[in-house]
Design a protein around this ligand. Structure first.
Ligand SMILES: *Cc1c(COP(=O)(O)O)cnc(C)c1O
Length: 343
């Protein structure tokens, strides 16, 4: 992979904004360099633009160098930055699977970047060769998602490796749901594949969707590009603080994940018995995709009962499917009780 050739020329030439905190980042007694207000401590100060304290903690937890970590305003920020840094609007393109997470398409549309989509097979698997065939000289990046949203399944690791070795652009692997999966993350393979970018998030297993914090892991050369393009203070002080607290409580996260996985098993077994349910697809995530007679009607019925699920029935390969997030044991019981009334 030749990063210089992949990068847009304007980004290559870009001289990034240099903030006061970039120019002096040591300890001092008197800070008169950033036009901050001396009152209202500690919120008067700009936050660390590179979030080193948070990255150090993530680094030790995940055994990855801090220089290989980028933190974004949700995973949505690195998704957008990848397209902005590498894809020339109206000229370059990206390749992805279908169906998958809707933000890849939206971010591409905003950046005027074509998305070349390859449909998954009936078991929601993918073929690396088909994605490679969909790529051309202008394909800068391939986006995949494992476990995939909305299909809930892990993608085949051997195929992912074929993509990484067969493509000389970037491969983004979105692991938003990896904590719920029986297979482990590809983070330990980061150094083996220089074109790999792994996305993870605090929004799902960590229970922190509200603080907006996403992670991208890649080689330092790639992370430096992201840092150049991002807003200088993209992660606010409150989010950094809360993330530091939260990272000390990873046992709690593990406990939540365990409960959600147990509940997922229970939900699959019970939904399977309902006569109007056609298929409960296997799940490696914290949600399940369920094919049923009159999915739209059931969606509306549940909404009337103040239970909201996601109607995916108009999505490719998801005809008559609802996507159901696994909630608390009580919430899950409420859903099943409402569905049983339909028999
Ligand atoms: C929920 C989700 C995310 C998380 O996005 P955030 O911006 O970090 O909240 C990322 N990727 C996929 C596939 C998701 O479903």
């Amino acid at each position: 992979m030749n990063l210089d050739k992949l990068l847009r020329n304007n980004i290559k030439a870009l001289k990034p904004y240099s903030s006061a905190r970039d120019e002096f980042s040591g300890e001092a007694d008197v800070y008169l360099d950033a036009n901050e207000n001396p009152f209202n401590k500690p919120y008067n100060r700009y936050p660390d633009p590179l979030q080193w304290a948070v990255k150090e903690k993530i680094a030790s937890m995940k055994a990855v160098d801090p220089e290989k970590i980028f933190l974004g305003n949700g995973s949505d920020e690195p998704i957008d930055i990848i397209l902005r840094a590498f894809c020339e609007p109206g000229i370059d393109n990206m390749v992805s699977i279908e169906p998958t997470y809707g933000m890849y398409q939206v971010a591409a549309d905003i950046n005027n970047v074509e998305v070349r989509k390859v449909k998954l097979d009936k078991e929601f698997g993918f073929s690396a060769q088909q994605l490679l065939d969909a790529a051309n000289l202008y394909t800068k990046v391939i986006f995949i998602c494992s476990p995939n949203n909305p299909t809930a399944n892990l993608l085949d690791k051997a195929e992912i490796i074929k993509l990484l070795t067969g493509f000389d652009g970037l491969v983004v692997l979105d692991e938003a749901y990896i904590d719920f999966a029986p297979e482990s993350s590809m983070l330990p393979d980061l150094d083996k594949y220089e074109n790999l970018i792994v996305l993870q998030t605090f929004s799902k297993a960590w229970g922190m969707a509200g603080i907006r914090l996403g992670m991208a892991f890649a080689q330092p050369e790639i992370i430096r590009i992201f840092n150049k393009v991002k807003y200088p203070y993209n992660i606010n002080m409150l989010t950094q603080k809360k993330a530091l607290e939260l990272l000390d409580h990873f046992q709690e996260k593990d406990e939540w994940v365990k409960i959600i996985i147990e509940e997922r098993g229970k939900m699959i077994r019970k939904l399977f018995k309902l006569p109007f349910v056609q298929v409960v697809y296997p799940s490696d995530a914290n949600f399940i995709l369920v094919k049923m007679n009159d999915a739209r009607g059931i969606y509306e019925y549940l909404t009337e009962k103040k239970i909201i699920v996601r109607d995916r029935s108009k999505i490719v390969l998801c005809d008559d499917c609802l996507r159901i997030t696994i909630g608390s044991p009580k919430e899950n019981r409420k859903l099943r009780k409402a569905l049983k009334k339909l028999i």
